[in-house]
Design a binder for this molecule. Structure first.
Ligand code: FAD
Length: 388
C-alpha cells in the first residue's frame, strides 16, 4: 500500500491533464487507468476546438442557450490555453487554428446565428456573422446554399491521438505515477484518507479526482455518491485523403455537423450524430462501444453537402464512441458535496475545454478556489441527490 497526495481515476485527457497540473505544483500524484491511456473518448473524438456555442446548446431555444452561455468564460479561457499547450508540454499536439465557421442555410438559421453572436459578444467571445461576397472570399469551398456563417478566429483542431499522451508524459516527467490496466473497483474514506482498490492493490490518498468520463457515475457510486452524468453515443466518419480543401473548422447552427481536414488530408465528419448504447440485462454496458446507426451514417454524409467537394470523397472509416452530458449541459467541475477531498471533472466538450477544466480543477483542489467563476459548474447544484 502506498500513500499519495492525490489519486486521479481515469487516464483520458482530463485525468492526464489534471495529473500534470498537480505534479507541476509539486504534489505526489497517482493516476489509475483501467485500460490504456487515451483509449476512450479522449482518443476517439473529432479533435474540434470549438469555442462558439454548439448546435446542441442552441437547438433547444433561447433559454437553454442562455444557460449554456454561462460556460463561455471557460470557452474563452480554453481559447487562450490551446495557444500554449504544445510549448508547455514540449511536444506537437497537432494544434492548428485557422478559424471556425458556423453555417446557416435558411433565413431562420441566419436569425439564430445573429442571436447566438449577440449572446456570445455579451461574454466577450468574438464571433462575426459573415455573408455574401465576404463569405465567398473567406470560404470559396462552401455551397452557394450557405447564406451566412458565424466566424470565430480562434477555432480549429488538435490531434486527439497526441494530446493526452503528451500530458501523460509531461506528468510522468514531473514525478506522477501512472498505472494502466488497473480498474478501480472500490473507493471509500477511511481514517481521513481516500482508499482505492484496483486489482488487489489498495492505495490511499488525501484527495481523489474522478476523471472517469462516462464511468464517472459508476465510480462515484463506489463512494455512495450520485452524480448525474449520462453517456451519449456518437458517430464519426473519415474520408479518403485529398489535397488541401478545408482550412477551417465547419459547424452548422441548424443541424448536426462538424467537419475539418486533418494534417494528413482526411476530412473528419461528425457533430453529434448518435450511436446506440449497448444494453445488457436492461442496463447500459459502458464497456462496449456503441452500435452504429444507419441513419447517423446517412446523416453524417448528407450534412457534408455544404462543402460540395467533400461529397466526391469516399468514406473510408466510421467509428463510434461515448461522451458524457449532464442534465443542464454544463460540466460537473469541482468539489463533490459531503465528500471531503473528492473532486470531479466531466461533461460537455471536454476535448476543447479539457486544458481549462484540468487547470481549474487543480486550482480548486490545491487552493480551494478557481481563477474563474465556476459556481454554475459545481457538483453542488446536484447536492439534493445526495442525502448521506
Ligand atoms: C465521437 C466523439 C467525438 C467527440 N468530438 C469532440 C470534439 O470534436 N471536441 C470536443 O471538445 N469534444 C469532443 N468529444 C468529447 C470529448 O472527447 C470528451 O468530452 C473528452 O475526451 C472526455 O475526456 P475524459 O478524460 O473525461 O474521458 P475519457 O477520455 O473517456 O477518459 C476517462 C477514462 O477513465 C477510465 N476509467 C473509467 N472508469 C475507471 C475505473 N473504474 N478505474 C480506472 N479507470 C477508469 C476510462 O477507461 C477512460 O480511459 C467527442 C466525443 C466523442 C465520443
Amino acid at each position: 500500500m502506498a500513500h499519495y497526495d492525490t489519486a486521479v481515476i481515469g487516464g483520458g485527457l482530463l485525468g492526464c491533464a489534471t495529473a500534470w497540473h498537480l505534479a507541476r505544483a509539486g504534489t505526489r500524484v497517482l493516476l489509475v487507468e483501467k485500460d490504456q491511456l487515451n483509449r476512450h473518448a479522449s482518443g476517439q473524438n473529432a479533435g474540434s476546438l470549438h469555442f462558439q456555442l454548439e448546435y446542441r446548446m442552441v437547438e433547444h431555444g433561447d433559454a437553454a442557450a442562455r444557460l449554456a452561455a454561462r460556460a463561455l468564460p471557460l470557452h474563452l479561457d480554453a481559447m487562450r490555453a490551446w495557444s500554449t499547450v504544445e510549448a508547455e508540454l514540449g511536444e506537437p499536439c497537432g494544434v492548428a487554428r485557422h478559424g471556425g465557421l458556423m453555417l446557416a442555410e435558411t433565413p431562420a438559421q441566419v436569425a439564430a446565428l445573429d442571436r447566438k453572436a449577440a449572446l456570445e459578444s455579451r461574454y466577450g467571445l468574438p464571433v462575426d456573422v459573415v455573408s455574401g461576397r465576404d463569405l465567398r472570399v473567406l470560404a470559396p469551398y462552401l455551397s452557394t446554399d450557405v447564406l451566412a456563417a458565424g466566424f470565430a478566429p480562434g477555432e480549429g483542431k488538435a490531434n486527439p491521438r497526441l494530446v493526452t499522451p503528451a500530458y501523460a508524459r509531461a506528468a510522468t516527467r514531473l514525478g506522477a505515477e501512472i498505472r494502466t490496466g488497473h480498474r478501480v473497483t472500490s473507493l471509500d474514506r477511511h481514517a481521513g484518507r481516500w482508499r482505492l482498490g484496483a486489482d488487489g492493490a489498495v492505495d490511499t490518498a488525501d484527495t481523489v479526482v474522478l476523471a472517469a468520463g462516462v464511468w464517472t457515475t459508476e465510480v462515484a457510486a463506489m463512494a455512495d455518491v450520485r452524480l448525474p452524468a449520462f453517456p451519449v453515443g456518437l458517430t464519426m466518419s473519415a474520408t479518403a485523403r485529398t489535397g488541401p480543401l478545408l482550412p477551417h473548422l465547419i459547424q452548422h447552427v441548424g443541424r448536426r455537423l462538424s467537419m475539418k481536414q486533418t494534417e494528413d488530408g482526411n476530412v473528419l465528419i461528425g457533430g453529434g450524430w448518435p450511436a446506440k448504447l449497448v444494453t445488457r440485462a436492461g442496463r447500459v454496458d459502458l464497456d462496449v462501444n456503441p452500435e452504429l446507426r444507419y441513419e447517423s451514417l446517412a446523416g453524417n454524409a448528407a450534412a457534408a453537402r455544404v462543402v460540395p467537394a467533400v461529397c466526391d470523397l469516399p468514406v473510408i472509416r466510421t467509428w463510434t464512441g461515448m461522451t458524457t452530458l449532464t442534465p443542464d449541459q454544463l460540466p460537473l467541475l469541482g468539489a463533490v458535496p459531503r465528500r471531503p477531498g473528492m473532486y470531479v471533472a466531466t461533461g460537455g466538450s471536454a476535448f476543447t475545454l479539457g486544458p481549462t477544466y484540468a487547470r481549474l480543477l487543480a486550482e480548486i483542489l490545491l487552493t480551494g478556489r478557481a481563477g474563474l467563476p465556476v459556481d454554475d459548474c459545481s457538483p453542488e447544484r446536484f447536492g439534493a441527490l445526495n442525502f448521506a
